[in-house]
Structures are given as C-alpha cells and as structure tokens.
Design a binder for this molecule. Structure first.
Ligand code: PHE
Length: 447
C-alpha cells in the first residue's frame, strides 16, 4: 500500500536538507578520527589519498544513495525492497550499521560532554593522559555521560524531520563552522605552527602502506555517512523540485572542508607545543587539552572546541538514529515516539557494553579487539564499504543508471553535466576500487 509521504515528514527547504545531510556527514569522524588517522598514516600522503577517494568514490555513492531515497520515498530497507527484493539485505545491513555505530558513537559523545564540563570548570588538572585513561575506564561516569548524549539525540529525532533534525542542523552547523574557523586561526598563528603545517601538507609516500589506504577508504565512508542508507533515508524526505546532483556535490565538499580544517586546527597546535602527531585516538582527548593548557586563553578555546565537537557529533548521531527509526515507522507503522525512545533503549545496551569495554570488560576480546573497537572496525572497515559496493552494483546493473539519472534530472528538468563521469564511476571505478581494497583487507589479494 502506498503511504502518504507527508505523514513521514519532509524537509522544509533544500537548504535544510543540505544542512541536515552535511550535519550527518560532519561529525566525530572529521574532528576526532581524521586528524589522528592523518597523524598516524603519514600526514599529507594520507590526505591526498583521502581526497582522491572522496572525488571518485564518495561523490558517486552520495548521489546514488540520495537518488534511491528520493525515488522510493522510503527508509533504507524499504527502498531496496521496493526496487529489488534481492537487495533487501543491503538495506538491512545498513540499519544494523546504524545500531552498531551508535553503540560506540554515544560513548565518545559522552566523553565530549564530560570534557565541556571539565573545561567550564577550568580545564583538566594533572596529567591529561591519566585523566582520560581513568575517566573512560571507570564503570559508571562514562555510561552516565553517554546516556546524556543519547537522550539529547533522541529528543531531536523525536521532534521529527523538519521540526527536530532540520532545525537543530540549521543552528548547529553554522555555529560549528564559525567556531572551527576561530580555532584554526588561533592554531596556525601559534609560534612553531609551521612544522605541523608542513607535516600535514607535504606527502611522504613511503608512509602510504596498504593499511593506510584501507584506513583512508573506511574513513571516507564513515565521514561521508555512506554505505548504510543514511543518505537514502535523508533523500526520502526531499521533494522532487530540488537538484540532487548539486546537493550531492555540496555535501561532500562541506564535509571534506571540515575534515581538512580540523587537521589545520589540531596538527599545527600539536607541533607548536612539541607533542606527538601520531598519538592515535587520544589525540583529541589527551594531546589537545595539553595544547590548550599551554595556550593563552586556553580554557576558553577548550570550551569552544569541545562544544563544536558536540554539535558535530549530535547532528551525526541524530542521522544514525533516524535511519533506524524510519525503518520501523515505514514498515511497521510505529509512531515516532515509540520508534525514537524504544530503539534508543535497545541501542543503549550496546552503548553500555562498549563503554565498559574500555575498563571493567577490557579483557573481553573478539578477534583481538574490545567491544568498542570491534563495533568501529566492523562498521567503518567492513559493513559500510560493503554497503557502498552493493549500492554501485545495484545502480549499475540492477536498477540501472538510466533510471537513476532520470530520478536525478527529474526526466530532464535538471542539467546533469557529470552524468558521463558518474556512470563510469558507479559502474566500474567505484565498485572495483572498493572491491580491491576490500579483498586486500580480508587478505585474499595482497599488494
Ligand atoms: N559521518 C559521521 C561522522 O563523521 C558518522 C556517521 C556515519 C553518521 C554513518 C551517519 C552514518 O562522524
């Protein structure tokens, strides 16, 4: 039975859609992961590979997902099921990814809230590494902060598409951007920032190992919110009078700009104060507080920085929750209230486990990883690239590029100058590139 699409909700404007989609993309992936991955994988060389993958694979899949979403007006699972029953599982893997990512995303979101409160109280006294290690490994405090973060997420999703998600994104995204620019200016004008800039901008290709390429690919999927039906879901709330091809260019552009700016905010400051760029996941929580402590007006910059990270994280966590909610709302007629709070409770079980895996349960390892790292690895490195690969195969060879292009141009109403490029990318380049990296990671193909 066809449903009235308005009962699902709709974006009030195209700008609102762009802010929400960019809000989904810009998140902990840009601010927390990207700078430390760049720091660990050779700086400039990693950045260059990342950019190439965004242009050739990221844009391609972004546009494909948006087209599937708007064509069907349905959630990730419903959309694939409507177009081809055989691909329903791809939607299911997507919704599952939403659950799993939120499982650890809530935990990091909680850490960020704790850091805001710490900085409002004047900063971290004592050794930041000891503070961070002690905090994340304790049993209750991080779980309570994660709860605060997931309640904030649920409140926004509960208010619906235009009244909740769109409104929050339209306020938080511009605010985030302004704060980030202020911090970048502070960072690059610090005495000694030059060493960080040259590390970040000069590619050292000897550092470009297969592992670095796998990391860059996974990072593109994670950072652009691709491969799990997020852009299908958001695209399903967009009306037919908007130019999809333009939107699919703007969103990756904004996301990449923020990732690059995050590097400019963090790496020069890290070098200026003589810290290690390859500090890994602790870069933002251990190294940066030390940087802020050694900086004039550092407390203020610390508060501003972690508030901006919180805004970025929330506009992403709401999209993850929405992917799951849209499914039960469309397919099982759940009310938004039941969907939002019911699913949040289920997800919170995963959140508790991943928070505890940093401390009391750290000895519980699956394939050598604790629960938190397992969720991160399973989603960013396996489920999202697999979802993206299947989407390319689906559009290229099942649904058909012509039908997708027809949706994108609305039967020729909108120009689609990149049609030739996109067709080659979606049919050949993107699936082959993702496939090769995938086989390498599984150890089937060595390079
Ligand atoms: N893109 C988000 C980030 O960079 C994470 C995310 C992944 C959100 C997948 C939605 C879907 O943090």
């Amino acid at each position: 039975m066809e449903k009235d699409t308005n009962s699902r909700g709709q974006w009030a404007s195209n700008l609102g859609f762009i802010m929400a989609a960019a809000g989904s993309a810009v998140g902990l992936g840009n601010l927390w992961k990207f700078p430390y991955l760049a720091g660990q994988n050779g700086g400039g060389a990693f950045v260059l590979v990342y950019l190439l993958i965004v242009v050739f694979v990221g844009f391609t899949i972004m546009l494909g997902e948006m087209a599937i979403g708007r064509a069907t007006g349905l959630n990730a699972i419903g959309a694939y099921k409507k177009l081809s029953k055989k691909f329903t599982w791809v939607g299911m893997a997507g919704v599952l990814s939403g659950f799993l990512i939120l499982g650890f995303y809530n935990v990091v979101g909680g850490w960020v809230i704790n850091y805001i409160i710490k900085f409002i109280g004047g900063g971290i006294s004592g050794d930041p590494a000891a503070y961070f290690g002690g905090f994340i490994s304790s049993a209750t405090a991080p779980v309570i902060y994660a709860l605060l973060f997931s309640v904030a997420t649920a409140l926004i999703v509960w208010k619906g598409i235009s009244g909740g998600i769109e409104k929050a994104s339209k306020i938080m995204m511009p605010a985030l951007f302004i704060m980030l620019i202020v911090i970048v200016i502070r960072s690059v004008t610090l005495p000694g920032a030059g060493a960080g800039l040259s590390y970040y901008l000069t590619p050292d290709f000897s550092k470009l190992t297969p592992g670095a390429i796998v990391a860059a690919l996974g990072q593109v999927f994670f950072s652009l919110s691709l491969g799990m039906g997020c852009m299908i879901t958001y695209g399903s709330y967009l009306n037919k009078n908007e130019n999809l091809a333009a939107d699919a260019l703007i969103v990756p552009f904004m996301d990449t700009a923020v990732a690059l700016l995050a590097g400019f905010a963090i790496l020069p400051a890290v070098f200026a104060f003589g810290f290690e760029p390859g500090a890994g996941p602790g870069l933002m929580f251990i190294t940066l507080p030390q940087v802020f402590a050694s900086m004039p007006a550092g407390t203020l910059f610390g508060i501003m920085f972690f508030v901006l990270v919180l805004f970025a994280a929330i506009t992403s966590s709401i999209s993850l929750l929405e992917v799951c909610c849209a499914y039960v709302i469309d397919e099982f007629n759940w009310s938004r209230t039941k969907a939002t709070w019911g699913l949040s409770i289920i997800i919170f079980v995963l959140t508790i486990l991943s928070s505890l895996s940093m401390g009391p349960m750290s000895g519980f390892l699956i394939i050598g990883k604790n629960f938190f790292d397992l969720l991160d690895f399973l989603t960013a490195n396996i489920l999202l690239p697999l979802g993206g690969l299947m989407m390319c195969i689906f559009i290229g060879y099942v649904w058909g590029v012509d039908k997708a292009a027809d949706e994108i141009t609305q039967g020729g109403k909108f120009a689609f100058k990149l049609r030739g490029f996109w067709t080659i990318m979606v049919k050949f380049v993107a699936p082959i590139a993702v496939g090769i990296v995938f086989l390498n990671m599984l150890g089937i193909l060595k390079f």
